[in-house]
Design a protein around this ligand. Structure first.
Ligand code: 3PG
Ligand code: MG
Length: 398
């Protein structure tokens, strides 16, 4: 494995797997959040600066039946051009004649974007023949797609075998994602608080189990907190609950106790008479929510309780919101946590935020520059902290 920064790309065609799976407006196909594209720009610029050329490949969406307008990467061309300052060329296929010809004709300083890899079923199947065809387009393979690193697909993992050790490497984004995640996973300064939120316990069981081995404190918020409340005998009214996970919740509670990890649940909740931005609201203890009402955010006491834990932490991992922050009435808890994480960071803690919703919250409340690292990975970050080996990382390291 080579180090990206030390590699001289002069005269080389770098084939970069990026994760340009960005949200597009359904009607105009305009990009509604370009975070992932911006995050890949330093890698592209370094290669161009060395006198190399760049071939970008990515997936977009989950097309199942071949090419479709809404998943075409052509919608990204003008924005990638703007962000890189280069007039980006486009091949309307990722393998085949157009891609081969345009890649062959590429000159130093030029950038070529290939059409959606997932227009071929072979991509998700991890087909070696398809990966080999892609590999022929470039001299060097750069994986900068942390957001897709949990997929063992042709362009993310299988392709690496077609490049010799010195000609495959992580890009700058992948390097910083991996080093931030590894720092939290393996070198966390204590106290280490993990803040886990979101709707479902079932999505977060594995990450909580793995964090029980590492964290000193785990804050549980969001809809999943009510499954834990019910599992402990609480009355949760109409709050979200996974009745088939009550046993799992009880087991996690037992494990935490055995390991001496402090689990923190919201002592009170903002409750609503319906799941609606204009619902009637009130406060109640999280274990005593009246029938007909549901908890949609953590309450004022829980905010104070969580601030306290967060502010004494030296390492913070945050995945998942505390409530339905998309609705103004239920955003206070998530905003409070975002503020506390930013303040703890200011006081010297290392904070890593990942997962689509928590990243959206940090952006919405204006704290993205005040935490140590905001990950571009949702599923990838989750799987990393579940302790799984990510195929996109392993393929390069091997
Ligand atoms: C993502 O946004 O989760 C990544 O780009 C991977 O996409 P996928 O979940 O469709 O594999
Ligand atoms: Mg995903």
């Amino acid at each position: 494995m080579s180090t990206f920064s030390q590699y001289n790309f002069k005269g080389q065609k770098a084939l970069i797997r990026v994760d340009f799976n960005v949200p597009l407006d359904k009607k105009t196909f305009e990009i509604t959040d370009d975070t992932r594209i911006k995050a890949a720009v330093p890698t592209i610029k370094k290669i161009l600066g060395d006198g190399g050329s760049v071939i970008l490949m990515s997936h977009l969406g989950r097309p199942k039946e071949g090419p479709e307008e809404k998943s075409s990467l052509k919608h990204l061309v003008s924005h990638v051009s703007k962000l890189t300052g280069v007039n980006v060329l486009f091949a309307d296929d990722c393998i085949g004649k157009d891609a081969i010809d345009k890649a062959a004709a590429l000159k130093p300083g030029e950038v070529l974007l290939l059409e959606n890899l997932r227009f071929y079923k072979e991509e998700e199947k991890g087909d070696a023949g398809f990966a080999e065809k892609l590999s022929k387009l470039g001299d060097v393979y750069v994986n900068d797609a942390f957001g897709t690193a949990h997929r063992a697909h042709a362009s993310t993992a299988v392709i690496a075998q077609f490049f010799p050790a010195g000609k495959k490497m992580f890009g700058l984004l992948m390097e910083s994602e991996v080093s931030s995640a590894e720092k939290v996973m393996h070198n966390a300064e204590k106290p280490f608080t993990a803040i886990i939120g979101g709707a479902k316990v079932s999505d977060k069981i594995l990450i909580i189990e793995n964090l029980l081995e590492r964290a000193t404190d785990i804050i549980i918020g969001g809809g999943m907190a009510y499954t834990f409340e019910k599992a402990q005998g609480g009355i949760i009214g109409n709050s979200l609950c996974e009745d088939d996970r009550l046993d799992v919740a009880r087991e996690l509670l037992k494990k935490a106790e055995a390991k001496g990890v402090c689990l923190h649940f919201p002592s009170d909740s903002v409750i609503a008479d319906k799941f609606d931005a204009n619902a009637l609201t009130s406060n109640a203890p999280s274990n005593n929510i009246p029938e007909g009402w549901m908890g949609l955010d953590i309450g004022p006491n829980a905010c104070a309780q969580f601030i306290n834990v967060i502010k004494r932490s030296k390492t913070i991992l945050w995945n998942g919101p505390m409530g339905v922050f998309e609705m103004e009435k239920f955003q206070h808890g998530t905003k409070t946590v975002a503020t506390a994480v930013a303040e703890a960071t200011q006081d010297g803690a290392f904070s890593l935020v990942g997962g689509g919703d928590s990243v959206a919250a940090v952006n919405q409340f204006g704290y993205s520059d005040q935490v140590s690292y905001v990950s571009t990975g949702g599923g990838a970050m989750l799987e990393f902290f579940e302790g799984k080996e990510l195929p996109g990382i392993a393929a390069i390291k091997k």
